[in-house]
Design a protein around this ligand. Structure first.
Ligand SMILES: *[C@@H]1O[C@H](CO)[C@@H](O)[C@H](O)[C@H]1NC(C)=O
Ligand SMILES: *[C@@H]1O[C@H](CO)[C@@H](O)[C@H](O)[C@H]1NC(C)=O
Ligand SMILES: *[C@@H]1O[C@H](CO)[C@@H](O)[C@H](O)[C@H]1NC(C)=O
Ligand SMILES: *[C@@H]1O[C@H](CO)[C@@H](O)[C@H](O)[C@H]1NC(C)=O
Ligand SMILES: *[C@@H]1O[C@H](CO)[C@@H](O)[C@H](O)[C@H]1NC(C)=O
Ligand SMILES: *[C@@H]1O[C@H](CO)[C@@H](O)[C@H](O)[C@H]1NC(C)=O
Ligand SMILES: *[C@@H]1O[C@H](CO)[C@@H](O)[C@H](O)[C@H]1NC(C)=O
Ligand SMILES: *[C@@H]1O[C@H](CO)[C@@H](O)[C@H](O)[C@H]1NC(C)=O
Ligand SMILES: *[C@@H]1O[C@H](CO)[C@@H](O)[C@H](O)[C@H]1NC(C)=O
Ligand SMILES: *[C@@H]1O[C@H](CO)[C@@H](O)[C@H](O)[C@H]1NC(C)=O
Ligand SMILES: *[C@@H]1O[C@H](CO)[C@@H](O)[C@H](O)[C@H]1NC(C)=O
Ligand SMILES: *[C@@H]1O[C@H](CO)[C@@H](O)[C@H](O)[C@H]1NC(C)=O
Length: 623
């Protein structure tokens, strides 16, 4: 792609461009369309920036957007009040009154563009540090950005944490060089601040630091982004065996044909990408992934993303084949079984799968074959696992710990009139699929479910539902009893969990069950040296709902359901709390839970996960 290397001779970025001043040659959206017609697939950063910023700020769109988000948070967000409490020790985030932060955005009428305003809205939700709570516009997620330059972090022999080049896809001879400066600032500090401010996957900054350096999630990665990067290039000062040099990398923008076909200039971009009248979920965002629990306990939607740049890095996918290990079984996209040396490895990639009989049976076969191999120790690898279905995690929990017949955690809801209305209309979940956590009996009716409980969160007394669990225990136990023909030979002391902390949602429920209820030990890899120990899970929060599902209940004069967004956008909102079982008064989302052991990546293990398996296995013998 030589076209790519054309120099940026004349750069005309106008942050204050207004609609009427737009002349065609300066219409970034039109330039992109022209490139696309010529067969170009990697687009010019400046064109995308101009295209995004061509849409003028609109005060009434801003007002309506904030009003809708505020009503959604007030009506549905389970952590509205507790989010104002100071962070527990070990976590790094700011307590926030989300309502006043959002309102504050309206006191400002100096936005140069709609893009600037929407970016600020997104920035507010980012501060919640909860992957389940995010605001996405279709307009400004039209492109993803890649810098052809990825990073990793190791701790040097003198104990200092440094940043190194994982893969410079333009000049691979730079791989493994130390990155000293990024745009003139100490490289470690740049990544630390990015993890602190822009990554929202976890309340633990060490986990955010790990994800910032990975590219498995474009919303949380330094090198692969959904948000428009602030500048068109990045300069890295490298130390390659004491040869100091600067390399400069431009951001490139990418999108999908079905999205690129929607516009040919800024007017059609606004009409078809921002103010979409017919909502087609798959078209909303380039990178919309349904990776968390849905209201349906048993089935989850598949990922419908993704750009191919992730393929080469997909440490964690089907064709993932570490060297020097024996493959015992693979259930695509879900779970793999390996033997390395004298120990077994169970690697769970995701709980976001179509969980049907054949998947469940093949999973059971994998466990059986690993048991039959005679391995005595198990590394349970839960790295880069973004969750999925609660049923899947309960299924794994029951196989691994057959003597523990409660594979669930207790849930409840912050009761509001909107929540009640939504429950009555069946959009959150069906209360017939839930049971009292105390007695495991089904709820008779909605008032049963609502209960009459008051708790104080963030100094405010709120109403909360009775505690409940999904009512699928006998379904799962009967299934396992039918197909699992041998006892699982490993006990808690034979198992160790390995994770980079990116074990969210349904994955977190597997890890927490193993640790809290069965005393399994944990090894976490990465994070920040000389800091608090890395958390072994992130965003355990609970179930979330997508705003577009809520809007389906919208009707004239119904004040319980907010008006839809004026431009195409969605927000996901966690609407349940989940409790720790070991500390039943604590919510998992706000409970700092460090791993027992922390290890750091090195030049070899960053490229070969099986090295980390061996390190984790060595801790089994010590405990
Ligand atoms: C990107 O677009 C800008 C503005 O349209 C133009 O000046 C610049 O030359 C382009 N850069 C490349 C690499 O094509
Ligand atoms: C938006 O709301 C603010 C205050 O809430 C108000 O002053 C302003 O006039 C509104 N702007 C528009 C365009 O509706
Ligand atoms: C949060 O901010 C809103 C808007 O400023 C305010 O009405 C509310 O009282 C605040 N909540 C608390 C508990 O301080
Ligand atoms: C208004 O928003 C702009 C753009 O985000 C920012 O630069 C400015 O500081 C804000 N002004 C106030 C008063 O918050
Ligand atoms: C996001 O908000 C935080 C806190 O108000 C602020 O420090 C940061 O600069 C903002 N980031 C952006 C990109 O506006
Ligand atoms: C430790 O080593 C790193 C790189 O190897 C170097 O950049 C740093 O200055 C050293 N720190 C100290 C305190 O010697
Ligand atoms: C670096 O990226 C290139 C281009 O995508 C790929 O072919 C190569 O295998 C990668 N190298 C490493 C060490 O990951
Ligand atoms: C940059 O990365 C993209 C996506 O992997 C790739 O298509 C492109 O060829 C790379 N650019 C260069 C100059 O290697
Ligand atoms: C990097 O971008 C800046 C503008 O942000 C520009 O002045 C500079 O020339 C660019 N550097 C290269 C090497 O393209
Ligand atoms: C969106 O499009 C509809 C129909 O074309 C139009 O009535 C409405 O005013 C537009 N909204 C905005 C905010 O531009
Ligand atoms: C939504 O868009 C996708 C992708 O282009 C397309 O396959 C699908 O048919 C569309 N659905 C509807 C209902 O238009
Ligand atoms: C594979 O294992 C053998 C024997 O333990 C060892 O000699 C070899 O270096 C290993 N290969 C790799 C690529 O790790």
């Amino acid at each position: 792609m030589k076209l790519y290397k054309v120099l940026f001779i004349l750069i005309f970025i106008s942050f204050e461009t207004s609609w009427s001043q737009q002349v065609n040659s300066n219409d970034g959206c039109a330039n992109i369309h022209n490139d696309y017609m010529k067969g170009i697939r990697l687009f010019n950063y400046t064109d995308v920036s101009n295209c995004y910023k061509s849409i003028p700020f609109d005060g009434s769109v801003a007002n309506q957007t904030i009003q809708t988000i505020n009503e959604l948070f007030n009506g549905f967000y389970s952590f509205l009040d507790i989010a104002r409490e100071p962070p527990p020790n070990g976590f790094n985030f700011s307590s926030i009154n989300i309502t006043s932060e959002l309102n504050r955005l309206l006191n400002n009428n100096t936005y140069g563009s709609l893009f600037q305003f929407m970016t600020n809205v997104r920035n507010v939700t980012t501060q919640l540090k909860d992957a389940h709570a995010k605001f996405v516009t279709s307009c400004f997620t039209t492109f993803a950005f890649f810098s052809n330059f990825t990073l990793y972090s190791v701790v040097g022999t003198n104990g200092t944490q440094i940043i190194k080049v994982r893969n410079d896809t333009i000049d691979p001879s730079n791989n493994n060089c130390e990155v000293i400066l990024i745009d003139g600032v100490q490289a470690f500090n740049v990544i630390y601040e990015f993890a602190r401010d822009s990554v929202f996957i976890s309340k633990d900054i060490g986990v955010r630091f790990n994800l910032a350096l990975d590219i498995v999630d474009a919303e949380n990665s330094f090198s692969y982004r959904m948000n428009l990067p602030p500048t068109l290039n990045i300069t890295y000062r490298l130390n390659c065996s004491n040869n100091i040099k600067d390399v400069n990398r431009d951001w490139i923008a990418m999108s999908l044909p079905e999205i690129l076909n929607q516009f040919n200039d800024s007017k059609s971009f606004y009409k078809n990408r921002c103010n979409i009248t017919t909502t087609n979920q798959t078209m909303i965002s380039l990178y919309q992934r349904e990776f968390h629990e849905t209201k349906n306990f048993l089935h989850v939607k598949r990922d419908n993303s993704i750009l191919d740049i992730t393929q080469e890095y997909k440490g964690d996918h089907d064709n993932w084949q570490p060297i020097n290990v024996t493959v015992i079984g693979v259930v695509p996209d879900f779970i793999s079984f390996f033997i390395k040396d004298d120990f077994g490895v169970i690697k769970i990639f995701s709980e976001q799968i179509t969980f049907n009989d054949s998947v469940a049976i093949n999973t059971i076969k994998g466990f059986e074959n690993l048991a039959n191999s005679g391995v005595k120790k198990i590394v349970l690898d839960l790295s880069n696992n973004f969750g999925g279905s609660v049923a899947v995690s309960a299924f794994i929990n029951l196989i691994l710990f057959p003597n523990n017949t409660n594979p669930f955690f207790d849930y409840d809801l912050r009761i509001t009139d909107s929540i009640r209305f939504a429950l009555e209309n069946g959009i959150l979940f069906n209360i017939n699929e839930t049971a009292f956590s105390s007695t495991k009996t089904k709820f008779q009716n909605i008032n049963d479910f609502m209960g009459n409980n008051s708790y104080i969160r963030g100094n405010v007394t709120g109403r909360y539902s009775n505690k409940f669990v999904p009512d699928i225990l006998s379904l799962l136990t009967n299934f396992i009893a039918q197909y699992l023909r041998i006892p699982i030979p490993w006990t808690s002391k034979d198992i160790i969990i390995l994770t980079n902390g990116v074990c969210g949602s349904a994955c977190a429920l597997i890890a927490r069950h193993a640790v809290e209820n069965n005393n399994v030990s944990t090894v976490a890899v990465g994070g920040i040296v000389n800091s608090t120990n890395l958390s072994y899970t992130s965003f355990p929060g609970g179930f979330y709902i997508d705003s577009s599902t809520i809007f389906k209940l919208n009707s004239l004069n119904n004040t319980l359901i907010p008006k839809p967004f004026p431009l195409n956008a969605y927000i996901t909102i966690p609407f349940t709390e989940v409790y720790s079982r070991k500390q039943p008064d604590k919510l998992l989302e706000f409970l700092y839970s460090p791993a027992n052991f922390t290890i750091f990546y090195d030049e070899q293990s960053i490229r070969d996960q099986s090295i980390l398996w061996s390190k984790a296995a060595s801790y089994i013998r010590k405990t």
